[in-house]
Each structure stands twice: as structure tokens, then as C-alpha cells.
Write a protein that binds this ligand. Structure first.
Ligand code: UD1
Length: 434
């Protein structure tokens, strides 16, 4: 039975991750290229018929899913060691398969590039982690402003626009995905496009840098106003994707939770600022040297207040991991989630370990307890799974985590990396391998 069938039948899943907690983490964790930058960049390769080489792409399930979407479209996609070589000179913009696109919301990022290059595309409605309703209205409104005719039916969206034209677009919310989709589409549109209230996440900046390496004209990346001048054609390139600030953050938060001493590298410390500020406030000692960040946590965590916000605010993807750590703090922390509705699914599992957490709407009051106790846990989504791993590493006794396959969407070799830092962690069954 695969995990989708298990979810439908409601049958309890076998645990696949075993963690004996209570060991402070020590050592160095190597950080991979950013999942959330690789996914839009891999989508953006659809904008050029020429070959693109991406060195050091981690083999995550989400990367695998998007690669399979590419292959179904007709993309020539090769692995050479850790490099990914992608050429989309012969693709069918109507061939994206529903069962793959539904697996992952980020697959919808193929819509903008396919439409801009081929003048038409069909993309099934996306899925993704179960964290709120996660609509795509901003993507669609923006593509309509760029001149697309958009028709939906049978679970898919069909786009047509023989040639997109530049437009002034104001996003009601600085959505990362919508900004990326529209940015990609605008690179091949006629004239200037302005995206106001654009997302400023480092992954958007990395996408813009990648597009510029293909010959696109993009200004203002990293600010709330993106300006793009469309060109007739983009060419191939070799491009090094930035390192993963969320993966690095996860190892740092685990270090804080276990009272350890860990260096993460290579990282762009600038991208970690919102997290490092909070870890310092919680009593961590942080040293930044070049592309490394070291955290030492020798005392019990101090309680802090955290509100997730679009970048440069505190990243929602680290909210669950940080909550796991703060459930052991010396006092009450207040955590407010403003980016996604329904992103507290880890709370019921943390409570099973003895955490004292009260939820009121989008706010969690986390009163630290002196210790968490190992328990049998169930992972509901990628970052919730990371939170459970952190809680289990810091808890007394043994924990098991079922549906740990969620981790494989975003963390490469997580067990090996934690084991190298001294954790007692073991994967016993192979998660669903795509
Ligand atoms: C991306 C990241 C994800 C991260 C999130 C916020 C990738 C592959 N995923 O997701 O890890 O948690 O940014 O930093 O990069 N929204 C709308 N309408 C839209 C689009 C979004 O209402 O058309 C809402 C969503 O429901 C959500 C909020 O905007 O409440 C943020 O979503 P968005 O920034 O688009 O996140 P993603 O791009 O899906």
C-alpha cells in the first residue's frame, strides 16, 4: 500500500524513523543547495531551448517529482554526478501529468515559463503540503494581466496567449510562488513588466539571478518592486544555486533544542538573519565567519516571541522546528503564524511528548516544560516532520516517527547528517521511493 492509499484507508502507518533522544549535537553539518530555489530554477529551464547545467542539486523527492514532470513534457534531463543537465528543446506544453503535479504545489511553477515560450499550456491544479487552502489566484490574475486567456476545467487550467505583453501587476500578498511564476513569464513578454508587492525571499533573488544568466533583464530582485524587460529568446547557462537557509536553520534549531555546538556550512549568513536574531534572543552564542555559522547553546533556552512574516521576517518554514525547541524553554513563548492558515499540525504530536501548547487562532502559547518524553509520533507535512525530529532528539527516551517520507521532500540524508552530529537516529524502512 503506498502512502496515498494509506491516507485514504486511514490505516495506521508503521513507524520508519527511530530516535533515542537526549544527546547534544556537536560537529559540522554540510548544507545542500536550496530546495526552494532549485524548484523554480528547474521550472525556468523551460524558457530556453538550450542546455542548462545546475551543479550540486540534492536528490530530494520534490526535485525528483519536478524532474518527472519535466520528463513527461519531453525534457532531456540527465544527472552527471551531483550535476543536473536540463534541455527543453522538444517539449509538449500540454503534457504535464496530473498525478505528479498534484503531489507538489511548486509544480505549478511550470505554467508561466510554458505559456511564455510556447503561447499555450495545460497545467493540472497543484497539490502540496496540507497547510491551509493555498490558492493560486495571484498566479492566475497576474498571468491574465500579462495577456493570457485562462480556462479551467477537469482539474486542469489551460492558458493561451500567442505572445504575452508587459503589465503593471500589484500582488495582494507577496506570494513567493506567484512572484516567481510571473517573473519567469515576463522575461519573454513584449516590453516592461512591473511586479509590485513582490516577494523578497532569497530564493526569488536566486531565480532572478539565474534568469539574468540566461540573458533576461530583471531589476529590483530582493526589493518589493521587480521590473522585467522581456527579450525574444533566452540562452543556456551553468548556474550554482544558493544554499538552503531552511535546511541550515533546521540543524541550528536542533542544536539549540539539544544544548549543542554545531557549525553549518556552506551558508549565506545574511539569509539566516531572522533566525539568528531569535536564537541569540533565546540565549544562543552565534559566530559567523565567511560562509559558516556556529551556534553554541549551553543554557536552557529563554522564551521568545516569534511572528512568521514574508522575508525578511521570520520564515514560516522554521516555525514548527522552532516551536519544538521552545517547548523546552524556561518560560512562555508566543508564536504567531501569519503566512499560512492551519500550520500548527505538529502541535498535537508535540503535546504527546508532554509539551504545554495552547492554540488561539493563529497564535500558539508555548510554555516550556523541563523535559519532553519520547513518544510514537506521526508526521503530517515536511516542516512538521522536521519539528518532530528535533523534539525527539531533545526528548528523554525513544521516539518513533511514522510517515517520515515527508522529510525526503526537503532534506537530503537527514539521518546520516544528524548521526554524524552524534544523534542516535535510525531509518528502518525505506520510505516510499518515487
Ligand atoms: C513557498 C515555499 C514554501 C514557503 C512559502 C512561504 C517553495 C517551493 N515553497 O511556497 O516552502 O513556506 O513560500 O515562504 O518555494 N497565496 C494566495 N494566493 C496565491 C498564492 C499564495 O492566497 O495565488 C497565499 C497562500 O495560501 C499562503 C500565502 O499566500 O497563505 C503564502 O504562499 P506563497 O508565498 O505563495 O507560498 P508558496 O510559493 O506556495
Amino acid at each position: 500500500m503506498n502512502h496515498e492509499e494509506q491516507e485514504q484507508t486511514g490505516i495506521a502507518h508503521e513507524p520508519d524513523l527511530y530516535i533515542q533522544g537526549g544527546r547534544p549535537l556537536r560537529g559540522e553539518a554540510r548544507i545542500e543547495a536550496s530546495k526552494n530555489a532549485v524548484l523554480p530554477i528547474l521550472s525556468a529551464t523551460l524558457l530556453t531551448p538550450d542546455a542548462v547545467r545546475l551543479p550540486g542539486v540534492p536528490w530530494l523527492h520534490d526535485v525528483d517529482t519536478l524532474s518527472r514532470v519535466h520528463k513527461a513534457l519531453g525534457t532531456d534531463l540527465q544527472r552527471e554526478g551531483h550535476d543536473l543537465i536540463v534541455q527543453t528543446n522538444d517539449v509538449d506544453p500540454f503534457a504535464a501529468p496530473e498525478h505528479l503535479v498534484r503531489r507538489m504545489r511548486a509544480s505549478f511553477l511550470i505554467a508561466g515559463p510554458l505559456l511564455a515560450r510556447f503561447g499555450a499550456a495545460r497545467v493540472p491544479l497543484p497539490g502540496g503540503c496540507a497547510i491551509g487552502s493555498r490558492p493560486i489566484d495571484l498566479h492566475l490574475k497576474g498571468l491574465v494581466a500579462l495577456g493570457a486567456d485562462v480556462q479551467s476545467g477537469n482539474g486542469s487550467i489551460e492558458f493561451r496567449a500567442p505572445r504575452l505583453h508587459g503589465a503593471n501587476i500589484y500582488l495582494d500578498f507577496p506570494s513567493v510562488g506567484a512572484t516567481e511564476n510571473l517573473l519567469m513569464a515576463a522575461t519573454l513578454a513584449d516590453g516592461w513588466t512591473t511586479i509590485e508587492n513582490a516577494a523578497q525571499e532569497p530564493e526569488v533573488v536566486d531565480l532572478a539571478n539565474f534568469l539574468c544568466s540566461l540573458g533576461a533583464e530583471v531589476r529590483g530582485a530582493g526589493t518589493a518592486e521587480l521590473r522585467i524587460h522581456g527579450v525574444r529568446r533566452l540562452h543556456g547557462a551553468e548556474y550554482q544555486v544558493i544554499s538552503d537557509r531552511i535546511e541550515a536553520g533546521t540543524y541550528l534549531v536542533a542544536t539549540a533544542a539539544t544544548g549543542g555546538d554545531v557549525t553549518v556550512a556552506p551558508v549565506l549568513p545574511e539569509h539566516l538573519k531572522p533566525l539568528l536574531a531569535k536564537l541569540r534572543e533565546a540565549g544562543g552564542v552565534i559566530e559567523v565567519h565567511g560562509d559558516t555559522v556556529r551556534l553554541r547553546q549551553s543554557e536552557r533556552l529563554r522564551p521568545i516571541d516569534v511572528k512568521t512574516m514574508p522575508h525578511p521576517g521570520f520564515p514560516t518554514d522554521l516555525q514548527a522546528p522552532l516551536m519544538a525547541a521552545l517547548s523546552l524553554a524556561d518560560g512562555t513563548s508566543v508564536i504567531t503564524e501569519t503566512v499560512f492558515e492551519n500550520r500548527f499540525m505538529h502541535v498535537s504530536e508535540l503535546r504527546r511528548m508532554g509539551a504545554d501548547i495552547k492554540i488561539e487562532g493563529r497564535t500558539a502559547m508555548v510554555t516550556g516544560v523541563s523535559h519532553l518524553t519520547g513518544a510514537n509520533l506521526h508526521a503530517s507535512d515536511l516542516r512538521a516532520a522536521a519539528a518532530l525530529v528535533i523534539a525527539a532528539l531533545a526528548a528523554d527516551g525513544r521516539s518513533t516517527i511514522a510517515d517520515a517520507y515527508h522529510l525526503d521532500r526537503g532534506y537530503a540524508n537527514l539521518e546520516e547528517k544528524f548521526a554524524q552530529l552524534g544523534a542516535d537516529i535510525e531509518r528502518r524502512t525505506c520510505s516510499e521511493v518515487l
